[in-house]
Design a protein around this ligand. Sequence first.
Ligand SMILES: Nc1ncnc2c1ncn2[C@@H]1O[C@H](COP(=O)(O)OP(=O)(O)OP(=O)(O)O)[C@@H](O)[C@H]1O
Length: 325
Amino acid sequence: MTTTTSGTSGTSTTTLEELERRATARRDRPSYGHDALIACDRLVRIFTTDGVEVQALQGLDLLVTEGELMALVGASGSGKSTLMNILAGLDVPTAGAAKVAGCDLLAMDGKARLRYRREVVGFVWQQTARNLLPYLTAAQNVALPMQLKDGRKGGTRQKARRAEELLAMLGMSEHADRRPHQMSGGQQQRVAIAVALANNPSVLLADEPTGELDSATGEQVFAAFRRANEELGTTIVIVTHDQAVASEVRRTVAIRDGRTSSEVLRRTEVDETGQESLVAREYAMLDRAGRLQLPAEYTEALEMRHRVALELEQDHIGVWPDDKG
Ligand SMILES: Nc1ncnc2c1ncn2[C@@H]1O[C@H](COP(=O)(O)OP(=O)(O)OP(=O)(O)O)[C@@H](O)[C@H]1O
């Protein structure tokens, strides 16, 4: 038996067996994000204040692979901090699914959530004061998460050694005995990274970690994130407005109106003279329902409004302005 399907690109003929084969292949496909370390699937977060609803996340999809160092960008109010709070285990989404390192963020009870925040994720916040305890030295701040994890169980020397190693990796050995007020903002952020890495988390989350710093200091802090990623293999997600940070990572994902809207990928190319250069390319996001957000400057340039015509070609899909008036 054959069936005829028609689309904007014309007509084609498909056998019933072919349709069955496609349906089976679809059923046997691995689940969305099955091999990602972070998988957000149609995440929704609605806040209700004084009877007014704000949809901070409106079906956000995001996959992050183990070992990635990536940036999240977006205008103020686009939902970046809401997403980070969910990934940090501090907030729970209204709907959708979110998994980090095998932990289901919607299903965790209080105990599992505490363990998640202590062992699976580490975070660095924009406000330097929020990251460190003011009355502890840098080394004591780094040792604290290990003590909280193990209770009073020994290993004090081991913890002190790990704190020393982390501070050395981030170029902060000389400041190990200083308290936060005796360090600059950039130095405090580097210690904060060491604190966040203390329990060897799978993921390090940072919300505007260079936001309060001048650009030279911001660069040093970003270099510390890069070192943590390269030397420890920690997966790192940084929310940033800092163009220097956003353009130095391999992947920058943009959030618009509570959804991921576009993504810039960068890769190193070597020309025939052996000269290396970083090539960046911007991609639009295609969600699982097939929805695509076209950049406003493209649609405005061609006066595309409610309706567009599509054409399937061998290797691309053409999008045309509606010519039916
Ligand atoms: N606790 C809350 N209660 C009510 N509304 C909230 C709450 N948190 C965030 N929102 C709203 O959700 C939307 C997204 O906010 P969010 O802080 O995630 O944006 P953002 O992209 O991080 O912005 P910024 O770059 O300014 O930090 C905004 O409209 C904000 O007002």
